[in-house]
Design a binder for this molecule. Sequence first.
Ligand SMILES: O=C(CO)[C@@H](O)[C@H](O)COP(=O)(O)O
Ligand SMILES: [Fe+2]
Length: 220
Amino acid sequence: MTARIHPSVLSADFVNMEAALRTIVTADAVHVDVMDNHFVPNLTFGRQMVERIQAVSPIPLDVHLMIDDPDRWAPEYAATGAAGVTFHAEAATDAVELARELRARGAKAGVSLKPGTPIETIVDDLAEFDLVLIMTVEPGFGGQSFMPETMPKLQALAHIRERRGLAFDLQVDGGIAVDTIATAAAAGADVFVAGSAVFGGEDPAARISELRSLADAARA
Ligand SMILES: O=C(CO)[C@@H](O)[C@H](O)COP(=O)(O)O
Ligand SMILES: [Fe+2]
């Protein structure tokens, strides 16, 4: 399967969101970062905004929840019709139960690990998730530098996935750009979130295809 590119609207103009969405119609999904100023030291928006993005977006939504108590709140995001909802393992009380709840509501269930969180946190429960997000920066802000030291976690999960015959997607998020995407692709990632690399340039559509080609070449 070709590499999938999910532009993050964290780097888009929040007051011209609909126009921003029209520039990324060739992407595979739109990545929507929800931050609560508690789990991370930054605040974006909540369910109401996600519902509006869902209503006007021509492509599916990949919601990344950087919030406390996802056990309580994540199912509400699945109810917006988002294709996927990803919560942080560090914040969840019962990640397996929550993943089951998200799937029951028709969303793909994703679990995310901060750079310092070991894969052992989730390794026994991988069959419960549709996606594992390996954060390649500390969550909270766009425009940070890619952390290559997170690659061994990606390689280990790719290896386990193959050995166990599992089908979850491996997503990377943070500092993904033309000079870093090949490293993440070679380590086993299939889904690539890119905020500043896509919205910071002149031509988001051209950047999306460039990133996809670079990832495909590195995976081949
Ligand atoms: O979840 C996050 C940040 O916590 C991201 O999705 C960022 O939006 C990625 O931005 P870039 O590093 O690609 O600029
Ligand atoms: Fe994100």
